[in-house]
Design a protein around this ligand. Sequence first.
Ligand SMILES: O=P(O)(O)OC[C@H]1O[C@H](OP(=O)(O)OP(=O)(O)O)[C@H](O)[C@@H]1O
Ligand SMILES: O=c1[nH]c(=O)c2nc[nH]c2[nH]1
Ligand SMILES: [Mg+2]
Length: 167
Amino acid sequence: MQDRLPHEKGFHVSWDQLHRDARALAWRLDGHGPDPEGWRAVVAITRGGMAPAMIVARELDIRTVDTISVKSYNHQTQSEPRVIKFPDMELMGKGRGVLIVDDLVDTGRTLEVVRAHLPEAHVATVYAKPQGRNQVDSYITEVSQDTWIFFPWDMALQYVQPYRGTD
Ligand SMILES: O=P(O)(O)OC[C@H]1O[C@H](OP(=O)(O)OP(=O)(O)O)[C@H](O)[C@@H]1O
Ligand SMILES: O=c1[nH]c(=O)c2nc[nH]c2[nH]1
Ligand SMILES: [Mg+2]
């Protein structure tokens, strides 16, 4: 995580916003699969892709949902990302008609590894940063590279002091 810091800006995403953006992603993908029957499966990249994948699968009525887990950090040291849990590869094949869903692409390293295993799949993220944008086939919102995206599962409501402090 060290080399991603410092981030100049923060982009804070509420559950409501995430729901809207993931729905918008699903609607954009609808009817754009390679086959007339539509998308046949969703593969979520754990863990951040799970909530968006569930929303996309619900919107597009896709019942086959699986996961792929990529480990790229050991404590705070970045190493070569590698897949530590595969989806059912017999079912997925090379990925034709499969939607890979993640919350965001940053450097693109995670998606590079995933794409190598499912080269014919369509990769969709809700948010994208410029460095990794070319790894994504569809996304909804782009933020600058120096922006850190804060997701609702990493945040909590808390009290803040008024702008003009009280004694
Ligand atoms: O484009 P990249 O630079 O590879 O970064 C993007 C990935 O990083 C985050 O996942 P993380 O590895 O932190 O794990 P998590 O989803 O379990 O939080 C995010 O959810 C993406 O999957
Ligand atoms: O919560 C997160 N926000 C980000 O901007 C990001 N980039 C990589 N991994 C990330 N995780
Ligand atoms: Mg992730």
